[in-house]
Design a protein around this ligand. Structure first.
Ligand SMILES: Nc1ncnc2c1ncn2[C@@H]1O[C@H](COP(=O)(O)OP(=O)(O)OP(=O)(O)O)[C@@H](O)[C@H]1O
Ligand SMILES: [Mg+2]
Length: 211
């Protein structure tokens, strides 16, 4: 079976790409072999996986030398799932190839219109990638939502203008996401403290990736 590739992408720094990529990969790893490719020169997902004493449930690799969407698929075809943790830039080889290589692009955004405005070039890049990657599906994922707070009218407007569908499943602001990173694990391994966060990640997997 072909590897299913999910790219977590947004040129806006700190939107939650690495947090979503790593927890998603941990959830997928419960289903089948999963690799995270750390495409960010900052190396945050590599760093995350090397923290603490417990092994991270998915394999995390960095990629070097010459590569493109095709070699990415070839090199990691042994895995059922691949998650691409992209750098906070669209002007990089990594981000463009990630959009060409993926089945699904997930775009984490903070629930403020200002954050979404910083990403306005992304829909264009997705359209461009669709010229060669015809079945590419892309979704916004609302991250760091405050419990019980509703989205502002301005945010609804900004989302509409962005023109990319929003996942129903959302990620709330929870200390356990930071805690998991510090301990080098995912929210799935945080026991009852991580249960609600793990349920959020499961909802994302079920909504866009399935098994
Ligand atoms: N849902 C959340 N709840 C609480 N903290 C979060 C959540 N999502 C992300 N964070 C925290 O926000 C910060 C930025 O998240 P993260 O590193 O995942 O973003 P990023 O988009 O990968 O950043 P960069 O652009 O630098 O790669 C981190 O400290 C992370 O722990
Ligand atoms: Mg990151």
């Amino acid at each position: 079976m072909a590897t299913h590739v999910t790219a977590v992408i947004n040129q806006k720094g700190g939107a939650g790409k690495t947090t979503l990529a790593m927890n998603l990969a941990a959830g997928l790893a419960r289903r089948a072999d999963t690799v995270v490719i750390d495409l960010d020169p900052q190396g945050s997902s590599r760093q995350w996986a090397s923290q603490g004493s417990e092994p991270f449930p998915a394999t995390v690799k960095q990629i070097g030398g010459k590569w493109d969407a095709r070699t990415l698929h070839q090199n990691y075809r042994a895995y059922r799932h691949m998650v691409l943790d992209c750098p906070p830039s669209l002007d990089s080889h990594a981000s463009l190839q990630a959009l060409r290589a993926c089945d699904v692009a997930l775009i984490p955004v903070l629930p403020s219109p200002v954050d979404l405005w910083a990403s306005l070039r992304l829909p264009q890049e997705i359209d461009e990638a669709r010229k060669v990657n015809k079945n590419l599906r892309a979704y916004l994922v609302l991250n760091q939502l405050e419990p019980k707070s509703a989205l502002s009218a301005a945010m609804h407007e900004a989302i509409e203008e962005f023109g990319i569908p929003v996942l129903q499943a959302v990620v709330r602001r929870r200390a356990v996401y930071r805690g998991a990173a510090l301990e080098g694990v995912s929210v799935y391994q945080m026991g009852s403290r991580g249960a609600q966060a793990a349920a959020e990640i499961e909802a994302i997997i079920n909504e866009v990736i399935g098994t």
